[in-house]
Design a protein around this ligand. Structure first.
Ligand code: ARG
Length: 618
């Protein structure tokens, strides 16, 4: 482009070509109405269709009649390389992009950023300004050792991994942290259980299943025993407030468990090394599953890692602020004044709780990382917990408390295998894979036999099914875990998204012996041959991807990206009929192929952002 546009702060025309077109619109308002460029720019809205930019002049509150202002903009407008039409209606101005240039610019930018970026990675839809120099900690997944990986953990894992990718795409430095539930009285119970029923062999073979088995068995026995003794059944959950004092003499399973845990807290070698083995083996196993999901963590932290000293320090500071009260023999934090209730922070036997550990963990993390933001991806059941945590940090006077963010989500109803048995994530993923395998085998149009690795393809489809089901709606909504729906190739499902990607990829394969893209399509493809209005519509949609990513960064809603991806597949699929590549005159075939390959690049980027692996074949 020849004309040099002025630069507007925080825009990135070299990454989002729409910024150039918006700047060109803003320039018109600036020239005619004397509006500051930045202000004018903010008023330029990308319309829902056809490359239009809308401006509602009333928002600028200019003196005089808005209709006259609009007319003036219209009358003084001269078509240029960015905009060729100006339409006004009342106080509203619409500019239309100069089609030929617009298509050229958008496709070239997508192609270059996706295939020839300086880092060698696809970069269309990334930005450097938003997060420049900033560091975010995203804590997600955070399962509890020896307990099932339940639906809440699954959602936290899926949404958290997406958010981590999103922040990274927007230029933030991201630390992915897993905060394991690996401490607490239940580990005393597990220790006692393992001494009775544990097997080193089974532990090594499948730590997660074995520990769960031992835990369930000992827990049931402990409860039965207590009932026989007429004691109130004890809640093994964190936060169980009033507990009977651990009687030295008592020798019920629960008494033993408490003593075991106390020995852990006192740092005794034997119990600690057993516990450490549980933890290490579980993490190893989790890592495999996370890798299967395209997810990794930079830090495996956990409740166990939080020092006793820092927990006591947190309680001390809160005591100084007058927020800690004695309740029976426990200490509680009183946040009634803030409508956040009361919560136990230290039990009578001196052991601390989930909340207390979170107090200390937040401060430790700040000391270590000096984060600019820290995000907790946890189910909405813990809204109160995080609100208490954030409030406490604020009351202590940490100025970073304002940078803590809880990203919550609703429940999954009925997550289990089709036979209704699963408690472990692997079982769910295996089942999804086997469903997809069946579908692939049945469908005669699928080239099952030609796939290099059908197992891997089925697994990738299964994972996409689970993930898209999870991210398809607004986070806060509950949803029903529905096997038939999520694994269908019809409707807005993961398999459909993969199918759409495969279909675009196959265009290139199908025409390979007659048409290939030139080495540098930005020079050697004639995009002016793309004259159909539908083609322009697709290009316009493609150009909006960087905007969609930025919106998602504000809302923290994966479904912004999911909806966009589906919208894209719908437009592409309607175009496949209209814009044939095969059997066309060479130049035209190349131009159309270029358009589809750019669509593929954008769809692929959106899918990867959602942690999916886009398939080339299925
Ligand atoms: N392990 C906890 C659970 O399963 C989730 C931990 C969430 N993170 C935190 N910092 N509290 O409920």
């Amino acid at each position: 482009m020849s004309t040099q546009l002025p630069y507007i702060q925080n825009t990135e025309p070299e990454r989002s070509i729409l910024d150039s077109y918006r700047t060109a619109c803003a320039l018109e308002l600036n020239k005619t109405l004397d509006l500051p460029l930045e202000k004018a720019f903010e008023g330029v809205h990308v319309g829902s269709k056809n490359g239009d930019f809308h401006i509602a002049l009333p928002r600028f509150r200019l003196p005089g009649d808005v209709k006259e202002h609009a007319q003036k903009v219209h009358d003084q407008f001269k078509p240029n390389e960015y905009i060729d039409t100006c339409i006004v209606k009342q106080g509203f101005v619409t500019f239309q992009a100069t089609t030929k240039n617009f298509i050229r610019d958008v496709l070239d930018q997508i192609h270059t950023m996706s295939n020839k970026s300086p880092t060698g990675k696809p970069e269309f839809g990334t930005s450097t300004v938003a997060g420049q120099g900033k560091h975010v900690i995203i804590e997600f997944s955070s399962p509890n050792i020896a307990k099932p990986f339940h639906a809440g953990h699954l959602r936290s894992t899926i949404i958290g991994a997406f958010l981590a990718n999103l922040y990274e795409a927007c230029g933030w430095k991201v630390t992915r942290m897993n905060y394991l539930g690996d401490w607490g009285k239940q580990f005393g119970l597990l220790g006692v259980g393992f001494e009775r029923y544990g097997s080193q062999e089974k532990l090594k073979a499948d730590p997660i299943a074995h520990l769960f088995e031992v835990y369930v068995r000992i827990n049931t026995e402990a409860k039965e025993e207590d009932e026989k003794l007429g004691k109130k059944a004890q809640d093994d959950e964190e936060g169980a407030e009033e507990e009977a004092a651990p009687t030295e003499a008592g020798n019920t399973i629960n008494d033993q468990a408490r003593r075991f845990f106390k020995r852990m807290e006192d740092g005794e070698e034997g119990p600690l090394s057993l516990w450490k083995q549980f933890r290490d083996l579980s993490i190893e196993k989790y890592k495999d599953t996370y890798a299967r999901l395209n997810i990794h963590f930079d830090v495996y932290s956990g409740e166990s890692q939080i020092s006793q000293e820092n927990q006591n320090k947190a309680i001390d500071v809160l005591t100084e602020k007058g927020l800690i009260k004695q309740s029976g023999q426990s200490q509680i934090i009183d946040l009634e004044e803030y409508k956040l209730g009361k919560a136990v922070v230290k039990k009578m036997d001196g052991t601390t709780l989930y909340l207390t550990r979170d107090f200390a963990a937040a401060a430790e993390r700040y000391d270590t990382y000096h984060f600019d933001k820290m995000i907790y991806v946890i189910a909405s059941q813990q809204d109160l917990h995080t609100a208490q945590l954030f409030k406490a940090m604020d009351l202590i006077g940490y100025d970073w408390a304002k940078n803590l963010l809880h990203i919550n989500f609703g429940m999954v109803l009925g997550m289990s295998t089709r036979k209704g048995t699963a408690v472990f994530l692997d079982q769910i993923l295996n089942e999804a894979k086997s469903v997809m395998m069946d579908v692939m085998k049945k469908d005669s149009t699928n080239k099952y036999d030609q796939l290099e690795d059908p197992e891997w393809t089925a697994d990738t489809l299964g994972l996409s099914a689970v993930k898209i089901q999870d991210m398809g709606g607004r986070r806060i909504m509950n949803y029903k875990f529905a096997w038939d729906r999520m694994t269908s190739f019809e409707g807005d499902t993961g398999p459909y998204l993969q199918y759409a990607h495969v279909r675009i990829s196959s265009i290139q394969r199908k025409v390979a012996d007659e048409t290939v893209l030139p080495e540098d399509p930005t020079k050697d493809v004639d995009t002016s041959l793309l004259t159909e209005p539908k083609a322009r519509e697709l290009v316009y949609l493609l150009s909006q991807y960087p905007d969609v990513v930025k919106t998602a960064l504000k809302t923290h809603e994966p479904n912004n990206i999911v909806s966009y991806a589906f919208q894209l597949t719908h437009v592409v699929s309607s175009l496949l009929e209209i814009l044939k590549v095969k059997g066309q005159e060479q130049k035209l075939a190349q131009a159309r192929l270029y358009l589809f390959m750019c669509a593929k690049d954008v769809l692929g980027s959106a899918m990867r952002l959602l942690t999916l692996t886009p398939l080339e074949k299925m």
